[in-house]
Ligand binder design. Structure first.
Ligand code: AGP
Length: 608
């Protein structure tokens, strides 16, 4: 995730200053590099670099730039590490085109090869740079800028919000959108483009939200939008937003946690688009050849690691050891050459996980890091990197980064299962196809379960304790659900294998005690049904997160049911996480707590 802005016309202040102010409002979308390009007198000037907006500006002074039109970017690295070269805007060979981009161009390698074969010289490792060179190619072939844009859009695959300057038409900022958000801000004598409304809210509150597949340009006095070569009339889409700047940075959501729960379809789509099948095959070979596989992480990341552990050992029979990273010392004597460690950390900076990585690497273990932050310490110190593309997570409670980790780890496990002969080509194709289309099902799940989650939260809000029970692959999801309730709603919650509940925990259960059941694995459903009946017999408030196919048998048994679509168990771990996140969120709010800043917690734990 990155933040982009574009401005054409005058708001009465120097354009460099206005663009910096807009970018600062988008810094929550990424902050590892920043840059601005303006066009003045038919010449494009670019100033950019690695670091936060204020640091880059102090070095290169982009607030000093003046011009007719300009674009700006604050980056969250996806392709290419944070560096001066990889910072946006990117330019073509002749310096007459500058572009900023949010999203992932999934076919950039192929486009880059074609462009390099035609003599284009690239100066960055980003996927974005292909856009500038493609545009250059088309205008050199005597297409108008709009025609060139049309052709460029037809060549791009993946997700993008783009703002582009062309020196030949200095009063225009060109744009295109597919999946990544892009909004037009309408002014008098100026128009804005931005990833998010707060960027320009200080200057105008009249907005048009662009839709997927739309592209066009803004001038100081007009907006032109097209889709598939046909003009689109967007007049009816103009709306006035009356948000406070605080609410605006959350896109109208009352909390970042809720916004980030709702962002999961996009986060998963970007994560999927960023996966490289060659790399997955290489890493799955490594896992298949390993003597042992250690899997580690803390908190939510540990729970994602447990799902992976279950897939590798339970389904494939690999010799795995999963542990909380703070407990790594217990496994040191087992570790050596020929072993592989998978270290999961959204921030890439958690000290416990970093210590485990350092110690195990010194022992000859090869480490695969799974992280959301490109070039953070854990991936940097690891042998291999697998990145999620969830974008920055502001809420302390991990939500979108967790489901993005599950997506990456499910894809890696499926690739290993194919390589190990546990899955045939067709089964593998079905699982990967399901993961690819999961963002739509996640969207559907959010829409269909939110009201129910709010209702169940009203029954949970007055309770002191809750159990989360499951069996098999659902157990880590139960653990994650319990962690969410604890950390944001401050309700004591424990997860157990449902079978274990009879070996002690059930002693606490009396009338109205909440027990949540997560039914994930078909092979455990009969036993789970028995556990529901045991809890019902003691008057528990039984709540189930159940795939639709098991609704007939569980529907009548449970006090409350949250239904999810039917998918295979690995993908179900992602769908079932959503109602549990929403439940924790709404319970926290009903109890009067701020879910974004739970007491005593930090987003990243950097002390042992
Ligand atoms: C989850 O909601 C918590 N914020 C916490 O458990 C977190 O997952 C843990 O601290 C690990 O962080 P990491 O993924 O950045 O390593």
């Amino acid at each position: 995730m990155c933040g982009i802005v574009g401005l054409t016309g005058s708001v009465g202040e120097r354009i460099g200053l206005v663009l910096r102010r807009c970018l600062e409002r988008l810094e929550y979308r990424g902050y590892d590099s920043a840059g601005v390009a303006v066009v003045n007198g038919g010449v494009i000037t670019v100033r950019k670099g690695r670091g936060k907006i204020s640091e880059v500006d102090a070095r290169v002074n982009f607030t000093g730039l003046n011009g007719v039109s300009g674009i700006g970017h604050t980056r969250w690295a996806t392709h290419g590490k944070p560096s001066d070269e990889n910072a946006h805007p990117h330019t073509d060979c002749s310096g007459t085109v500058a572009v900023v981009h949010n999203g992932i161009i999934s076919n950039y390698r192929e486009l880059r090869e074609q462009l390099e074969a035609r003599g284009h010289r690239f100066t960055s490792d980003t996927d974005t740079e292909v856009i500038a060179h493609l545009f250059e190619d088309y205008v050199k072939a005597r297409l108008t800028a709009l025609e060139a844009l049309r052709e460029v859009v037809s060549r791009l695959r993946g997700t993008y919000a783009i703002a582009l300057l062309y020196a030949g038409e200095p009063d225009k900022v060109f744009f295109a959108r597919n999946v990544s958000p892009l909004i037009i801000g309408l002014g008098n004598g100026f128009n804005f483009l931005a990833s998010d409304i707060p960027a320009f809210l200080e200057y105008t509150n009249r907005v048009i939200t662009l839709h997927d597949g739309e592209y066009g340009f803004i001038t100081p006095g007009s907006v032109y939008v097209e889709r598939g070569g046909e003009p689109v009339d967007v007049k009816a889409r103009v709306r006035v937003v009356n948000w406070s700047p605080e609410l605006a940075s959350k896109e109208g959501y009352p909390h970042f946690m809720l916004k980030e729960i709702h962002e999961q379809p996009r986060a998963l789509r970007d994560t999927w688009a960023g996966l490289d099948t060659d790399q997955l095959s290489k890493l799955s070979d490594l896992l298949l050849k390993a003597r042992r596989v250690f899997i580690t992480g803390s908190g939510t990341s540990y729970h994602a690691g447990l799902v992976f552990d279950h897939l590798l050992s339970g389904l494939m029979g690999l010799d795995t050891h999963a542990f909380n990273s703070s407990e790594y010392k217990r496994y040191v004597k087992l570790a050596g050459d020929g072993d592989v460690m998978v270290a999961v950390s959204q921030s890439g900076e958690t000290i416990d996980t970093l210590m485990a990585v350092r110690v195990f690497r010194r022992l000859g273990v090869r480490v695969i890091a799974v992280s959301n932050i490109v070039d953070s310490t854990i991936p940097r110190e690891s042998d291999y990197q697998l990145y999620t593309r969830a974008g920055p997570e502001v809420g302390v409670a991990a939500t979108k980064t967790f489901t993005a980790q599950l997506m990456v780890l499910n894809a890696l496990a499926a690739t290993a299962a194919l390589g190990g002969g546990v899955l045939g080509k067709d089964e593998y194709g079905l699982i990967m196809g399901e993961l690819e289309h999961l963002p739509d099902l996640v969207n559907l799940t959010i829409t269909s379960v939110e009201a129910k989650a709010r209702h169940i939260a009203s029954r949970l809000a007055s309770k002191a304790s809750a159990y989360y029970l499951s069996r098999g692959l659902g157990l880590p999801i139960a653990m994650e659900g319990a962690l969410k309730l604890k950390e944001v709603a401050y309700i004591h919650a424990e997860a157990y294998p449902a079978g274990e509940s009879k070996h002690g925990p059930i002693a606490l259960v009396e009338g109205g005690f909440p027990v949540l059941f997560i039914a994930t694995d078909d092979e455990y459903v009969d036993a789970l049904e028995g556990n529901v009946m045991e809890m019902n017999a003691r008057g528990a408030l039984t709540i189930g997160v159940i795939p639709a196919k098991h609704q007939p048998r569980f529907g009548k048994l449970l006090s409350e049911v949250i239904q999810t679509p039917n998918v295979s168990p690995g993908a179900l771990t992602i769908l079932q996480s959503i109602p549990l996140q929403l439940l924790a969120y709404y319970t926290a709010v009903l109890r009067g707590h701020d879910p974004d800043k739970p007491r005593n917690l930090a987003k990243t734990v950097t002390v042992e």
